[in-house]
Design a protein around this ligand. Structure first.
Ligand code: ZN
Length: 306
């Protein structure tokens, strides 16, 4: 049995599956994110009955962060300087009480979502995708040649510096930069700029879509220029705003212009930018995929050693 865990700022989703058929969840649960002690105790309680003779074949984790994803680091699996109250310096992996020697792979939450969508959702059929999320925060994760791009750090594109919209005097809400991408286009920035949350924009909606799409398209252009994905999966609560994703596709084509002639992004109807299809299940699907990958790596290593 394998386990997948997605730890998010408001909820933790856990699932277990047979490694031979990771697309079928044997069971799953959703746990509110409260204190690390209570939350991770609930995770242990959920997992325990599924551990065969007390152990899992492998475990994958997709976590909010900042989280140490370098397996060679002594702090591998620690949530470090997170703004989430009470979670600073939490040893996530040790807190799960796994049997010694259990293979564990861990990536950032958005990289996990990218992997889940690649294996089971809107990214199927291609090797390289980017997943971007625009919600309370903004982030991007990559799958390259079918594998999660998870170097010793992980992409932090939320703080991308962007060109200002000429009609937008809003100073931004990022505590570090003010008007970086997250400061100008995240859910909290929308609420602060317009004085009401996204779902209540009413008559302000067209103007809000114009300004937000201008910024979000710059993220997609940067991801395209830098990493050349075959497809971008774009999710998160802000992108559920009516008309916003369509406006982002149009802005992207305008913004990139002739710089990438014949690229599918030049046609807003090409399917280059798509919505996720797994809803809030993409992260836990990605976590299970990490567990499968960990098992395959172990099998190959054993075969080489033998
Ligand atoms: Zn910033």
């Amino acid at each position: 049995m394998i386990a997948g865990i997605e730890t998010g700022g408001t909820k933790v989703i856990c699932a277990v599956a047979d490694p031979a058929d990771p697309g079928v969840l044997a069971d799953q649960t959703r746990i509110d994110t409260t204190t690390p002690e209570r939350t991770l105790a609930a995770v242990r309680d959920f997992l325990a009955p599924y551990a065969v003779k007390g152990r899992f074949d492998a475990v994958g984790i997709a976590s909010f962060g900042p989280v140490e994803v370098d397996a060679a680091s002594p702090r591998f699996g620690w949530i470090t300087s997170t703004p989430k109250a009470g979670w600073q310096d939490t040893d996530l992996i040790a807190s799960l009480g796994l049997a010694p020697g259990t293979p564990v792979r861990l990536v950032s939450d958005v990289t996990g979502a990218a992997l889940g969508e690649h294996r089971f959702g809107a990214g199927r059929g291609v090797d390289d995708i980017a997943y971007v999320t625009v919600g309370t925060g903004i982030g991007a994760g990559l799958v390259v040649n079918g594998a999660p791009f998870s170097p010793r750090s992980h992409p932090e594109l939320g703080h991308l510096l962007v060109r200002r919209h000429p009609d937008d005097p809003f100073p931004g809400v990022c505590p570090f930069h003010g008007d970086c991408l997250e400061g100008l286009a995240s859910g909290p920035s929308v609420a602060a700029r317009w004085g009401r949350p996204g779902p209540e924009l009413g008559p302000l909606l067209p103007q809000a879509v114009e300004i937000s799409s201008y910024y979000i398209a710059q993220l997609l252009a940067t991801v395209t220029y830098a990493t050349g994905p075959q497809r971008i999966v774009a999710g998160g609560g802000v992108l559920k705003t009516p008309g916003l994703l369509e406006a982002v596709r149009r802005q992207l084509a305008l913004l990139v212009g002739g710089a990438l002639a014949d690229h599918p992004l030049t046609d807003p109807g090409s399917g280059y930018v798509v919505r996720p299809v797994l809803g809030d299940g993409s992260g836990v699907r990605g976590a299970l995929s990490l567990a499968v990958d960990a098992l395959q790596v172990r099998a190959r290593t054993a075969a080489t050693a033998g």
